[in-house]
Design a protein around this ligand. Structure first.
Ligand code: SAM
Length: 261
């Protein structure tokens, strides 16, 4: 048997709590013939139960030793494929067939927000995503305006997905235990987003710049993109801060920018 020491750099905290593993599998509820993609299978805590569900399963793992371990313990077939790759560079288009993707994983926490932004590019091809993440990140994902957790991540994800905080998981469920609490979250892409955005890169630009300095008012943070009069003409007080704005108000600012620039 190949030996393996957990690598902090790769966010390796392996799930060993059978009750939590079963709750995650029940939350995913994989059906035969569905197309599942697991990010960071590690030693297979979720992979082996998923394989029993007779779905089409692709796993993406960066750690060479863990890939070797998984290969030793599984049989590659048309229903199961191991991709030895960095998920941040992975082209999910290469997996798209007629079946939408169901993505899941106990994610490496150090890359989770970058990964969530990376996956936004593929939202149209995704049926749903079920992830274990740092609890604090999940709280930011579901945060409402005028709370400390509300920020760029909340707005960009809430525009694309319906997001549900499923349950919290304590550090003792992992080996080695992380220093933070974790939580399982489900994201389901909207068929049509809850607000209309004419140009998505502009929406992203406005949201990013508005939150670039949280304490600044819109008239200062959006300088160079929209002036005070334009913000005011939309019925939005330019003295407000980004953290108080609803999704619809971000869409209004972005659409005005698109139409007038
Ligand atoms: N799924 C396993 C479990 O629940 O026990 C392992 C979860 S562990 C938190 C995260 C996994 O993601 C590790 O196996 C790690 O090697 C892998 N990983 C880290 N960075 C990665 C990357 N950039 N691309 C793909 N896999 C990565």
């Amino acid at each position: 048997m190949i030996s393996h020491t957990p690598r902090k750099r790769l966010g390796q905290h392996f799930l060993h709590d059978q009750e939590i593993i079963q709750r995650i599998i029940a939350a995913i509820a994989p059906q035969p013939d569905q197309h599942l993609v697991e990010i960071g299978p590690g030693k297979g805590a979720l992979t082996f139960p998923l394989l029993q569900q007779r779905c089409q399963l692709e796993v993406i793992e960066l750690d060479t030793t863990l890939v070797q371990l998984l290969k030793q313990q599984t049989v590659s077939s048309e229903h199961f494929h191991i991709h030895h790759a960095d998920v941040l560079k992975f082209d999910f288009n290469s997996l798209i067939t007629t079946q939408p993707l169901r993505i899941c994983g106990n994610l490496p926490y150090n890359i989770s927000t970058v990964l969530l932004f990376h996956l936004l590019d593929y939202a149209n091809a995704i049926q749903d995503m079920t992830f274990m993440l740092q609890k604090e990140v999940v709280e930011r994902m579901v945060a409402a305006p005028s709370t400390a957790e509300y920020g760029r991540l909340s707005v960009m994800l809430q525009y694309r997905y319906q997001i549900e905080f499923l349950f919290a998981v304590a550090p003792r469920s992992f080996y080695p235990p992380p220093q933070v609490d974790s939580a399982v979250v489900r994201l389901v892409p909207y068929k049509s987003p809850p607000v209309t955005v004419i140009n998505q890169p502009h929406f992203s630009q406005i949201v990013t710049q508005a939150f670039s300095q949280r304490r600044k008012t819109l008239r200062n943070s959006l300088k160079g993109l929209l002036d005070t009069q334009e913000i005011q003409a939309l019925g939005i007080d330019p003295h407000r801060r980004a953290e108080t704005l609803q999704l619809l108000e971000f869409a209004q600012l972005a659409n005005h920018f698109t139409v007038n620039k």
